[in-house]
Design a protein around this ligand. Structure first.
Ligand code: FE2
Ligand code: FE2
Length: 482
């Protein structure tokens, strides 16, 4: 059933791309598969490979009801190749080819550009699995453990998605890149992952919730821009990946919400009014709100680096070529070429942070980053409402975009979360007010103790409102193998 909504589960590799009739690509994927399984066993969730996990698997790409839930051992998960249905008569939505029919094959002149975009996107997927591989040992509940593993297997599937495109459309080069994607390792000194944020540690569950809130949201933005692509197989691939990405952000956002809820509740019960009294709050075994703020500062700023330089000819070229569009390009009302347009970008001018109008084409990274920030803001609003409803006098904020940057204009500056410039010495003195300190890390570490009884939760996090797949509160989401 090629190009259908339903997934063919007959062969080794579930797919809706007619792999049975495509011997060359099927063989390439089947050759890659054992290396993938080895990678998963080496670098996937540590200590849970034999456990039965209540996971969803895609059985259709229909947005209504594509998932089937069941207990699965993770190495047996049905990773596969899933593309959203083709849109009849689709045309290239932007750039110099705007209005022409979309490409079903890679245009020769854009081959190198496309290959690079696929490899960069592909590299992030296994990286996050590697970053999160130790977290299972300290999960605050079986519910959270299951959510972690769901995210992990789907990031594995996202790697499959990129590998399929590389192997189908890039011949020997694509096969080589696919092998390299299994060779790099997050945080490795010699063969690290390609992007900075994907080489950072995810040491505790607060980091996990913020990684899935912010860094997976970067993934959403990148996928949304690539879903606009004139290269139709990429567009269809990304459109289906976005449906999975939504769950990852749900895990992060609701996870943090539950942490905040528990903190506020404990403060209230103990009669603590001052949220900044970290000592008193921590004594209750919950995470004080200022620590949460510092973790937000860290993960948000690391994620901003993923959007690249403020001024980028690569971004302009990819847009002109019709390869990578803007967020919701098809919903925007302009000429979709941007030749004479400008866009305001924050830059470091004469030692001051100031907005400057630059050609819109070279500012596309910033436009996507601004859309990202807007999207983050609405999540933050939901967290703040929990604090407000609990009657606690505290607000969480996103730090200034110039804060703690390693890429672009502000990588040379020291900027506070409020956007004030500091001397290097002042920054050193104040750093621990803005970013998680060694003491914060030690405190968080002391809370990270696994809770594996069904229906029980670690003391620093509230239970979820509803279960996954409408399961009851004491549902055994993971049957841990002894
Ligand atoms: Fe992903
Ligand atoms: Fe994700």
């Amino acid at each position: 059933m090629p190009h259908g909504m339903d997934v063919d589960y007959d062969g080794l590799i579930p797919n809706n791309v007619g792999l049975n009739a495509d011997l060359r690509v099927r063989k390439a994927l089947e050759t890659w598969h054992p290396g993938y399984i080895d990678w998963w066993k080496d670098m996937g969730p540590e200590g849970f490979q034999d456990s039965l996990v209540y996971l969803r698997t895609a059985v259709s790409v229909d947005p209504q009801g594509w998932a089937k839930f069941d207990y699965v051992k993770m190495p047996d998960y049905k990773w596969g190749i899933l593309l959203a249905p083709a849109v009849e008569g689709r045309t290239i939505p932007f750039g110099q080819h705007k209005g022409e029919p979309v490409w079903q094959e890679v245009p020769g002149e854009y081959r190198a550009m496309l290959r690079r975009l696929l490899v960069i996107q592909g590299d992030t997927e296994p990286a996050s699995v590697e970053q999160q591989r130790h977290l299972g040992k300290t999960a605050p509940s079986l519910y959270d453990l299951r959510n972690l593993f769901q995210v992990n297997v789907e990031e594995g599937r996202h790697l499959w998605a990129m590998v399929y495109l590389l192997q189908k459309y890039f011949g020997a080069d694509g096969r080589e890149e696919a092998a390299e994607l299994l060779r790099r390792r997050s945080g490795d000194r010699d063969t690290p992952r390609m992007l900075g944020a994907f080489n950072e540690a995810t040491p505790d569950w607060l980091s996990f919730f913020l990684f899935t809130t912010f860094t997976d949201r970067d993934g959403k933005m990148q996928l949304a821009a690539l879903a606009q692509s004139g290269f139709d197989p990429l567009s269809r691939t990304c459109r289906f990946m976005l449906t999975e990405e939504a769950h990852h952000m749900f895990v992060g956002e609701t996870g943090l919400m539950r942490v905040i809820e528990r903190t506020c509740q404990a403060m209230k019960e103990a009669g603590i009014d001052d949220p900044s009294d970290a000592k008193a709050v921590r004594a209750l075994g919950v995470i004080d709100l200022p620590t949460i703020q510092r973790k937000i500062n860290l993960h948000y700023s690391l994620t901003l680096d993923l959007f690249g330089n403020e001024i980028s000819t690569n971004a302009a070229n990819a847009f002109n070529a019709g390869i990578k569009g803007r967020y919701r390009e098809d919903k925007l009302a302009d000429d979709h070429r941007l030749i004479d347009d400008t866009y305001p970008v924050l830059r470091l001018i004469d030692g001051q942070v100031a907005a400057q109008d630059v050609p819109a084409l070279s500012a596309l990274n910033m436009r996507l980053r601004d859309d990202f920030t807007d999207d983050c803001d609405s999540g933050l609003g939901r967290w703040n409402r929990v604090i407000e409803q609990a009657g606690v006098n505290f607000r969480l904020h996103l730090p200034h975009v110039a804060f703690n940057r390693r890429i672009g204009e502000f990588s040379r500056a020291h900027v506070t979360p409020d956007g004030a410039l500091l001397s290097p010495e002042a920054w050193e003195r104040q750093r621990d007010r803005y970013l998680p300190s060694a003491e914060d890390a030690a405190f968080l570490d002391s809370l990270m103790v696994a809770e594996t009884r069904p229906g029980h939760y670690a003391g620093w996090i509230a239970p979820p409102r509803t279960g996954i797949d409408s399961k009851p509160g004491d549902f055994e989401y993971v049957r841990i193998a002894e």
